[in-house]
Design a protein. Structure first.
Length: 391
C-alpha cells in the first residue's frame, strides 16, 4: 500500500477503525515533569535539562493552565531568567481519554508541540508523546508498508560540522525545527544536532537573561563538538515501519534520508503524524494553519481566500487531499517580524513542500500559495520528480 491508497474511502475507513481502536490510556504516560506557574524560567530550564522534556505542563494551584516550551523561552531574549514561568505560558489543545487517536495526531500538527496533555476536568492525568503516536504504525500493515520517500520532507535543512552552535540554533529558531542533520564538506551525513544537545550546552547557572544564552561565551562551540555522531540514517525506498522503529527505539525525532549515501531529505515524527492524521474522515480538503499569533488571525479570511482560489484551479488537475501550513517568525526589529512560512500539500498521492520568507504576512502567504499552484502544474507536466519515482 502507498499514500495514494488513502484516497480509497473503504481502505481509509478500515485504517481509521484500526487506529482509533487504540485507547488513549494505552499510550499516554502518567509519569511526567510539571512546573508551577510561579517558578522561574531558570528553574524551568533546569527541569528541561534534567528530564530531557522540552515542553513542561504548567500548574497553578494544582490545576493545568498551559505549557512552557524551550523554543518559546529562546525567543524572549530580553526576559530575565528570574521571571516567572506564567509570563511564557502557551495554550495548546488538550485531550481526554476517550478522544480518537487520529484526532490527537491532527492536534500535534496544528499545535506544533511534542506532547499533548490528557485532562480530567482541570486536572492533568497524563501526557501523550509524539513517539507513542507514531509507534502504532509498526502494528498496522497498511501503514508500515508505505515507503519513506512518499512522506519524507525535502528539500532538507542541514548544518556543516564546523558551523557554530549559534548557526544551528538560529536555523532551528528561524525554521521552527528542532533537529538538524550534520554534514561534512562532501555533504555526507556525519551526525545530527537537536534541541536536546543545545539545552545541554547552552544554559549556564550564571546566565541572567535569556539573551545571555547567545553571547560570546559559546561563540566558538562548533556543531561537531556537541552533535550526536552515531547518527542513524535510512534509505529513501525503505518502509516507514523501519524508520519508525529507528526513531522510537533511539528516541530520535528526525531521521536523515539517503540515496546512495547522499542526503536527500529527512523523515520526522511530524511526517508520520500527518500520515496518521490523513486517515480522519473528512467531507472536504483538510486545511490546517498553525503558528499564527492572536493578533495575526485577522488575516485568515484573506489567506483562506487565496487557498480557495488555488484549490479551485488545481482541482482541475488533481484532487488535493490536505494542506498544512506553518508560520514562524524571526529577526524581530522594532516589533516587525520576518516570516518564514512552510507548506505541505498532499495531492495525487504526492507531498509537495514549499517555503516562502518575507516581512508582509499576507503577501508572503499569497506568494507561497502561488508557488504551490505552480508546482502542481509542473507535477502534471513532468513526471520526473524524486517523489514520483517508482522502483
Amino acid at each position: 500500500m502507498g499514500v495514494k491508497d488513502l484516497e480509497d474511502l473503504k481502505k481509509q475507513s478500515m485504517l481509521r477503525s484500526q487506529i482509533d481502536g487504540i485507547s488513549v490510556e494505552k499510550i499516554m504516560s502518567t509519569d511526567f515533569p510539571t512546573i508551577d506557574s510561579d517558578s522561574t524560567i531558570a528553574n524551568a530550564l533546569a527541569v528541561m535539562k534534567e528530564s530531557k522534556y522540552q515542553d513542561l505542563p504548567v500548574l497553578e494551584g494544582g490545576s493545568y493552565i498551559g505549557v512552557v516550551t524551550y523554543s518559546a523561552i529562546l525567543r524572549k531574549k530580553s526576559v530575565s531568567l528570574d521571571a516567572k514561568v506564567k509570563n511564557l505560558i502557551r495554550n495548546i489543545q488538550t485531550a481526554t481519554v476517550d478522544l480518537e487517536i487520529t484526532k490527537i495526531a491532527e492536534m500535534f500538527i496544528s499545535n506544533n508541540c511534542r506532547q499533548i496533555p490528557v485532562m480530567n476536568g482541570k486536572k492533568i492525568v497524563g501526557v501523550i508523546m509524539r513517539n507513542k503516536i507514531i509507534d502504532i504504525v509498526r502494528d498496522i500493515k497498511a501503514l508500515k508498508e508505505i515507503k519513506v520517500w512518499e512522506i519524507m520532507t525535502n528539500p532538507v535543512e542541514a548544518v556543516k560540522q564546523h558551523d557554530l552552535m549559534d548557526d544551528a540554533l538560529d536555523l532551528m529558531i528561524r525554521e521552527d525545527i528542532r533537529t538538524l542533520p550534520v554534514v561534512d564538506t562532501s555533504d555526507r551525513v556525519v551526525g545530527v544536532v537537536g534541541m536536546r544537545e543545545i539545552i545541554d550546552n547552552n544554559w549556564k547557572k550564571d546566565n541572567k537573561t535569556i539573551g545571555d544564552l547567545a553571547k560570546s561565551s559559546r561563540s566558538q562551540i562548533t556543531v561537531e563538538s556537541i552533535s550526536t555522531t552515531s547518527a542513524k540514517t535510512i534509505e529513501w525506498d525503505s518502509e516507514v515501519a523501519e524508520a519508525v522503529e529507528i526513531m522510537v527505539d533511539n528516541g530520535f525525532s528526525t531521521l536523515p534520508v539517503l540515496e546512495g549515501g547522499t542526503l536527500v531529505g529527512v523523515i520526522t515524527e511530524y511526517d508520520v503524524l500527518e500520515l496518521i492524521s490523513a486517515c480522519r474522515e473528512r467531507d472536504m480538503l483538510f486545511v490546517q494553519i498553525s503558528g499564527l499569533e492572536d493578533d495575526e488571525k485577522d488575516y485568515t479570511d484573506a489567506i483562506y481566500k487565496d487557498i480557495e482560489n488555488m484549490v479551485t484551479k488545481v482541482s482541475k488537475i488533481y484532487k488535493p487531499e490536505s494542506l498544512n501550513i506553518h508560520v514562524s517568525r524571526y529577526n524581530e526589529v522594532g516589533g516587525n517580524p520576518k516570516y518564514s512560512i512552510t507548506a505541505r500539500l498532499f495531492i495525487n498521492g504526492t507531498g509537495l513542500m514549499m517555503k516562502e520568507v518575507g516581512y508582509d504576512l499576507t503577501k508572503t502567504m499569497s506568494d507561497l500559495i502561488k508557488k504551490l499552484e505552480a508546482a502542481v502544474i509542473d507535477m502534471k507536466e513532468s513526471k520526473v520528480t524524486f517523489r514520483n519515482r517508482r522502483k
